[in-house]
Design a protein around this ligand. Sequence first.
Ligand code: ZN
Length: 239
Amino acid sequence: MSASAADVAYHGIRRMLSSGELVPGQRLSQSRLARQLQCSPMPVVEAMRRLESEGLLDKQPRKQARVRMLSRSDLDGLYLLREALETVIARLAAERITPEESRELQELAQAHERAWEVVQHESEADVAIHRHIARCARCPLLQGELERFRLIELTAGRHLRPKQTRPGHPHIHRALVQAIIDHDSASAEYLMKKHIQNGYEEAQREFDAHLENLPKTSRNTHRKARRHEAPGMSPEKLN
Ligand SMILES: [Zn+2]
């Protein structure tokens, strides 16, 4: 099998995960994916293995896989990792940002404030700011890992996202962006930490609200699973 066929399959499935074409808990069929991606099954098998090792798919018996569905312990882990990573990124960005990058960051912050009025566009503007800050930190390994965590949260937690506005957010961004532009690394580090911690509290509330809306039997099953640190919620019960 050529490496490029596996790469094409890998990027194709990743695209389907980030667009929501594949949803949390969905069982993946190798032959169907091969048909959709117009390739043979072997590159799909290889791509699925890679996506499992990245935490985007859950391995199932008999060489099957499912799209990962975020569990409470996944959520905890993701936010603790993001806090550690993005705090360092904010400090490095404040130390290394160039005047041109500062201008771009300022523009992205303004776009975010405008997008705040339209909730479905807000998260894209938010991601654009965080990505730009990560680029300014000039540490590709940190940047790559942050992208992976973001993709896990986006794909495995898609069913948890609320429709309502999130209060207080643009204000924190404004202060964070200013600290980075001012090369004030201590404040940038502190504000990013607060920002991620606020996001974590919000995500926990969304997760619990989602759980409360489930039928009582599913909730009990899930709570029991949580006590044993199960890797994910039962998809049949949630969809
Ligand atoms: Zn943000």
